[in-house]
Design a protein around this ligand. Structure first.
Ligand code: UN1
Length: 502
């Protein structure tokens, strides 16, 4: 599929993609994909106001009927999977297979949310008073603001939107300014779902805000948006979190990771190798779950490191739309500068480096393809504290598992982690109270590529938010406790007597 064909299949017209001030270049070759119109501050205010109106109508639609809208969205996503997957590859540079995987995550969360729409369960709770009942209700909360990053330009919107909509909320989405075109495509697909659904989906139920950081900030500071779900860097979260807290809003933060894999001596080295490779070079190292660090036991260190180094030399790097490619480009020149700076630092510390060079510059002078890098850390006690959003894998040697777990945890971030071992004691230690401190702790599976059924997110500077599966939906609703008295007396809780004779 060429660019025009992809855009046509997604019903994006030339008019919509031209004449605007936001220029969108494909990281594939630097070509201009479109010039998109940006929302002004006034337009943002209007969209927030419209979202409140939509919310007030939508919350009265029964949950299972709300689920029907998401079922239709899932149906349309199935129809458009190839085109949307290709547009993801075109606009954010991940390979087509991973673009398809991202659309599959959207379909999966739609299916999950359809079931959920009949399962927004509250508790019944035993009352301490005779003739009383206690119940818990989960109620729609209001417009949900979604801020997403370039690296998952469509799935993160779907995780949030599918849940928010079945929960009875409306949505305002501020996609990354690097990937507004896939966002416009999603909006089209959503509108198509609303058309198939019927009149009871109000106008402006899910809207997009195209613009830079200032537009996002208006939404973040606005009391009319009670929930802000933001995915991006820790630096972004450090701004968003306090602003939302200052107005007593709720934030769901999914920020940086510094994910590690521990490879124990008993590990199946074939699957450990595959898990590390996908985690480290997949998506060109630009997932928040990408594998950044590996702690390898001394007994298997040489075998595994030489295998990794050898495989790095044979990676097929290039056009993300070519089916043979495994590693696409970095998002832009800034990402390459950051990668270079991290590698220069490692070099100055005496570490051994393989890869890291910019390649294919002659063919694509305006795109940033790199050889993924392996850095063998020089010092025994070294660690890496920063997340560099690029394919750099830092390798450490260990001899004691407790020490490896300690070093894995001894970073500011806490998103994803994994151990490869066939020793049940080691596996259980890794996931026990004193094991990994991350939101995701896998055994014999790498750090990236989580399924939607689990709660997704992490601790510490990763922000503490949970999106997607399990009971993450509760963050999109308000909890109401209701005590009901069906007796003719009014006993007070805690046995308090207040002025009556008995
Ligand atoms: C992200 O990088 O922001 O677990 C999300 C994964 C994907 C989601 C990544 N399912 O790698």
């Amino acid at each position: 599929m060429d660019m025009q064909e992809i855009l046509t299949q997604l019903n994006l017209s030339a008019d919509e993609l031209s004449g605007g001030t936001l220029k969108v270049h494909s990281p594939r070759d630097g070509a201009l994909i479109g010039s998109v119109h940006m929302d002004s501050a006034d337009m943002t205010q209007d969209k927030i106001a419209a979202s409140v109106i939509a919310f007030k109508e939508w919350r009265m639609v029964p949950g299972p009927r709300r689920g029907e809208l998401i079922r239709l969205l899932g149906e349309i996503l199935r129809e458009k999977k190839d085109a949307l997957g290709a547009s993801v590859a075109l606009e954010c540079g991940k390979i087509y297979q991973e673009g398809l995987g991202e659309v599959q995550e959207m379909i999966d969360i739609c299916d999950f949310a359809v079931g959920l729409s009949r399962q927004l369960y509250g508790l019944t709770i035993a009352s301490e008073r005779p003739g009383h009942k206690m119940r818990e209700y989960w109620q729609p909360i209001g417009p949900v603001g979604v801020i997403s990053a370039f690296n998952f330009p469509v799935a993160v919107w779907a995780w949030n939107t599918a849940l928010a909509l079945v929960c009875g909320d409306s949505v305002i989405w501020k996609p990354s300014e690097k990937t507004p075109i896939t966002a416009l495509a999603c909006q089209k697909l959503f509108m198509e779902a609303c058309a198939r659904f019927g009149d009871d989906a109000p106008d402006n139920l899910s809207q997009i805000l195209i613009g830079e950081r200032d537009i996002g900030e208006i939404m973040v500071e606005d009391k009319r948006v009670p929930v802000i779900s933001a995915t991006g860097s820790c630096a972004m979260g450090r701004i968003v979190g306090p602003k939302v807290a200052a107005r007593f809003g709720r934030s769901i933060l999914e920020l940086g990771g510094n994910n590690a894999i521990i490879v124990a001596p008993s590990a199946d080295l074939d699957i450990a190798f595959q898990g590390i490779l996908f985690g480290a070079v997949g998506t060109c190292g630009q997932r928040c779950t990408s594998t950044r660090r590996v702690f390898i036991h001394a007994d298997v260190y040489d075998t595994l490191v030489s295998r990794l180094k050898e495989s790095y030399l044979g990676l097929s790097i290039g056009d993300p739309l070519d089916p043979a490619t495994l590693v696409g480009p970095l998002i832009d020149g800034m990402a390459f500068q950051n990668m270079k700076a991290a590698l220069d630092l490692a070099k100055s510390n005496g570490s051994k480096i393989v890869g890291g060079e910019r390649i294919l510059e002659d063919k694509y002078p305006d795109a940033y393809y790199v050889n993924p890098a392996i850095v063998e850390m020089a010092g025994k006690d070294d660690n890496i504290q920063e997340e560099t959003f690029a394919p750099i894998l830092y390798i450490f040697k260990y001899t004691d598992l407790d020490d490896a777990i300690h070093r894995q945890n001894d970073v500011p971030q806490g998103l994803s982690s994994a151990i490869f071992t066939r020793d049940v004691l080691e596996a259980e230690t890794f996931t026990c109270e004193s094991g990994s401190d991350c939101g995701i702790a896998n055994v014999n599976i790498g750090t990236s590529g989580a399924e939607i059924g689990g709660a997704f997110g992490g601790e510490k500077e990763t922000g503490g938010g949970r999106e997607s599966g399990s009971d993450s939906w509760k963050a999109y609703m308000r909890r109401m406790t209701s005590t009901l008295n069906y007796s003719t007396a009014l006993p007070l809780a805690q046995g308090i007597k207040f002025g009556s004779d008995d």
